[in-house]
Design a protein around this ligand. Sequence first.
Ligand SMILES: [Zn+2]
Length: 261
Amino acid sequence: MDCIDFLWNRVTHAMAEEMKLREAENETCYCCNRHSSQWIDPRYEWRVDSYIRLEVPICAPCNALFHGSYQFLGIEKGTEEKPVAPGKLGMLVGCGLIVTQTKAILLTNPGWDKRLRAAKRPLFTMVQVSGKSAAEYAITTIRSLPDAAFPLLYISDIGRKKAELIQHMEYSLSRDLIYSCSSDPAIKMDMQLIDTMRALATSNKSGWKKLERFIFNACHGRIAPNDAGLREFLLGWPEALAFAQKLPADPHEKLKLLRCV
Ligand SMILES: [Zn+2]
């Protein structure tokens, strides 16, 4: 099942009662680009695209990211006393989401928390935890889940680019390899590697700072990977050498993993 359909099945279908859904005959969703024969729900809504100012068909699961709802998602603009615009799931910049086979947790931040809690029928359990603590919270939570919770979906930042988010959503199939999704390509988080990284960082703080700087500079093309300084340094610290050899080849992935410490 596509991740956006999973999200609909598990959580967001509750909003269908508020949507102006109609049965599809032969439509292609403007957001996920899937033909109606591939949708888990055969319904869609006509929605005005804000750029081209034309009505376009959006399948029900994608529509859940665009749909504004006071009762399910609280307030986007204004206050509880004077609401100006309803909350929309696909506009929660800086908020994260964990949807397992049994739970749906929205990771809010101080900017959104109060406005989201104005929802009378919230779709998610809400936890206010943001920035670096949010990633730590998500990892700790996911790793403590039973096998039955998988596959699950972890979105580190919902952002506001809905089509890109849908395109990059991937399931985490086990607690050993967690996919952190956003509107950018998902980051594969190898938990064994992250544990090793954390152990290195606590056992040798100054050494870790140096290694981190080396990797950071190498990823930005400021030193050649075969730089004599780096090689000598790593030869003197075999655990760090073994760790560096297991890092993903892609420099962007390397940098993103470093941020998990
Ligand atoms: Zn769609």
